[in-house]
Ligand binder design. Sequence first.
Ligand SMILES: NC(=O)c1ccc[n+]([C@@H]2O[C@H](COP(=O)([O-])OP(=O)(O)OC[C@H]3O[C@@H](n4cnc5c(N)ncnc54)[C@H](O)[C@@H]3O)[C@@H](O)[C@H]2O)c1
Length: 315
Amino acid sequence: MEPREMILVLGANGQIGTELVTALRAKYSSDQVIASDIRPAIGSQDGPFEILDIMDAVAVENSLKKHQITQIYHLAAILSATGEKNPRMAWQVNMDGLLNILEASVKLSVKKVFWPSSIAVFGKHSKKRLTPQYAITDPDTIYGISKLAGERWCNYYYRTRGLDVRSLRYPGLISYVGKPGGGTTDYAVEIFYEALQNGTYTCFLKEDQRLPMMYMPDAIKATIQLMDADADKLRIRSSYNVSSLSFSPAELAKKIQGHLPKLSVDYAPDFRQQIAETWPDSIDDNYARIDWDWNPDYDLSTMVIDMLENIGKKG
Ligand SMILES: NC(=O)c1ccc[n+]([C@@H]2O[C@H](COP(=O)([O-])OP(=O)(O)OC[C@H]3O[C@@H](n4cnc5c(N)ncnc54)[C@H](O)[C@@H]3O)[C@@H](O)[C@H]2O)c1
């Protein structure tokens, strides 16, 4: 008989983890999904939580043994804007942390590992529009450098150690549940809160800075769909391009103004503008669509309506 699935989510308190844990607990059962983070749990808990630092390889191994973990979702990381403030620390957490997880997974025969990469692996010389899977990758940020190296490590562990590791290059993620964790696309969440609370927003990117984005329900759907896919259908073991929305701050503001006409937005680009300028404006995700039937549910209009409705309900 197959062992009962036991799932460990690392970095579970973050923007993605908060919602992924809920979705996994709905798909499996609460006691099969162990949420963990370096920070204490926030909010009410509907299942097991433990403090776990991914830099502590022994603690990670002990947790895998204790819970007889069969699947890992490794989300703990330092994001792009925060990483630029402390590059050595970002490299250590993003790289050594990943290696601890990959090594422990091989040692303790974890069946599947999910680890997210990012559109930050691309750079100034990548094709900007509909950036292909196999584009030039010349990232400028330490975050992008660590994600690119991480992709190669994942592929290496798959090839040489037989580890079933799966990955997506997430675009900027938009959600009304968790707050964003220090990324270059955080404006696309902040603007909703400011629009509803104050009617004004000062954006830290230029008005025409188009970037690839995705609504969180689609990101969660993509993540679980990839983890459920037949292993032999997956041609990519570094990280899949995955795409949904592409818009600029001005286009997003205009859509929101369709519902809140009094919203006024001005622009004061800061260091995050330089990061954004090196990233693609849209992504070609053909491999994901062919290999595991990827197809997003939300477009810009339906995402904006859902965000306003749900943030409005929070009061
Ligand atoms: N949110 C996005 O727009 C986006 C886009 C592309 C890729 N990603 C990737 O998805 C993953 C999750 O992103 P997120 O937005 O939820 O990030 P986040 O910053 O919101 O959450 C990361 C979590 O990791 C935890 N953490 C940090 N150091 C840790 C450590 N040493 N041990 C254990 N936990 C630690 C933090 O406490 C935090 O709760 C990351 O790998 C990120 O690079 C996110």
